[in-house]
Design a protein around this ligand. Sequence first.
Ligand code: FAD
Length: 665
Amino acid sequence: MSAVAVPTMEPKPQSLQASDTLGPVVVIGSGPVGMRFVQELLQRYPHARVTLFGDEPYAPYNRVQLSSVLAGDVGRDAINYDLPDTADYPNFAFISQTIAAIDTEAQTVIDQSGQQYAYAKLILATGSRPFLPNIPGIHQHGVYTFRNLRDTDALYARLSRAKHIVVVGGGLLGIEAARALCRFNTRITLIHQGSRLMNRQLDDEAANRLADKLRAGGIDIVLNSGVRVVHGMNRVEGVTTRDGDRIDCDTVLFCTGIACNMEMARDAGIKTARGIVVDEQLQTSVPDVYAIGECSEFRQQVYGFAAPGLDQAAVAAEVLSGGSAQYLGSSASSRLKVVNEPVFSSGEVTDFARHGRQREIVFRQDSTYRKLVVHNGRLIGLLGIGDWPELPRIQELYQQQRPLLPWQLWWFRLRGRLWWNDAAGDARTWPAKAVVCQCNGVEQGVLVEAIAGGCDSLASLSDTTRAGSACGSCKPLLNQLLGNEAPPDKDKAWATVLISSIAALIVALAVITIPGLMVPDSVQEPVPLGGIWNDKFWKQVTGFSLLGLSAVGLLMSLRKRLGLERLGEFAYWRALHIVLGLFCVGLLIAHTGFHLGSNLNRYLMIDFLLVIGLGAFAGIAVAASHRMSPAAGLKLRKTLSKVHLLVSWPLPMLLAMHILSVYYF
Ligand SMILES: Cc1cc2nc3c(=O)[nH]c(=O)nc-3n(C[C@H](O)[C@H](O)[C@H](O)COP(=O)(O)OP(=O)(O)OC[C@H]3O[C@@H](n4cnc5c(N)ncnc54)[C@H](O)[C@@H]3O)c2cc1C
């Protein structure tokens, strides 16, 4: 069974048996949400009488991963859910049948063959289907939708023959489909009616960046348009766009939205609008009938994403168990999966009603674009294109509505980060309450506990906690927690860093241990290096060179702090910084002739040697960190660098006093 499967459930003690009090529970729909509800309920009541109906000719599977299957990134079997084992859950049954009608008076459901099943509680998790616009020619061979495994198989098969596919709809599904189909020299044209892609989730700049990426990947994009007619005599030959242009193609894929599967509920007298209307308990207008997932409508909102449905499943299971849980709504987040470029959006990021005291903070750097929308010091939206290591941590701030500090916003504008150190992207350093798996709401502390309890692989961690079992985008974080990360690459200039650091350390030690060189008594007397440490002219040359190099070294570290990273790679700058340190100790010897001096000069000397010595240790840690565990390497480097920086602070003041005393006296 799959690594991303729904968790195997641990049977609960017999005392929790409640099959009699609960009565038979019927669940219609074995999509992600129906499956989640069953798990949640059986976890509470392992002996509950639960019958799950699914009308697809496959074992239940994770629909969210279909684009990854189409793209060839994930195997077809890897998305199957594990059904609850009847050895542990003896009253559970899965029936592969379509339910045709509901009799709410008699409290029964009727399948297509006329068989009736009684229920005490009925859960509707019937999801939705693709919405097809009513345009001429749409029902001919070569027109596809993308909702289930059958569609995925059909599109996969079509891909080997199709020469030109037109994808209609530039939302998340259309973009993922276009990207997944853009293989085997098949030409792809993506037509979108909005003025920008994913117009509800992206702002203009993010959408333009995404469109550029997709175009560079070989996808033609037509915006502000749509398909008016599909041409062909039973087989697709082309489309006419809203602008009147004809595009020749052999395949058209419609990704133009969804329609809730609610007709059966409506026919049974249950209140429907855009979906099946539910209250905070997920109850419909009819007692004992609940609706969850994409078929439901809560406060005039139908969610087209998995996470809200999974939340609803947990609440409904709690309500059926006699709990007082309430569903109060979910924030919509979108993340593109099969597009090489990470794209993420959550909350209000575009075309929103402006509130007073609302601010947008944007960070741009090369292919990275990040935006935070802040209201009253709290995040109300976030948007990102490109890698964003801090994203899970920021999502947690957003979801928990934690306040942001003013310096964090300043820092974000400058560096694109909210936290000072890089470790915010490392799930091991997060607080226990931080949510790692956003789809399932699994907290860091729960994962750490599960790992301590024996989960040592991604599959077992996912099975135990459910983290990573929906969209799978948190898997890198789970691997981080498991310590499964690939060992860090060697620092690019590691050899230079290592040699210069060791050399600087040896020379610094030599300065401490070798006694001060003699001052020549006469010009006849031979002294090493001609006694330049005692010659006024050379003393000035070495002193000012030392001052200059120290200032350059300091500026280099400021360069990192100020984020001027466009000027070459950081690894090379670091190597240069260390080589500079080595030059500095050489100059120090030339300036002092191994004399440690007295009073102020001695403090200056000690501080200088500490700066060099600790810098050298930090350099050695950098060069050797690929041999340590990522966490240990990071910790050591950071600690040494911090101390190195700390001891550098008195240096400018001591130098200034030294120069003043030399010239004054
Ligand atoms: C290609 C693709 C990619 C997606 N990517 C993401 C993503 O990255 N992130 C995200 O959050 N969401 C994504 N989604 C949306 C996500 O899949 C849905 O939000 C989620 O599947 C909804 O779950 P559900 O169980 O409510 O409904 P569904 O998944 O639609 O499941 C409902 C099930 O009920 C069955 N059913 C309906 N009527 C009956 C009946 N009368 N009798 C028996 N069975 C019935 C249906 O056949 C279906 O199997 C994606 C969707 C697709 C198609």
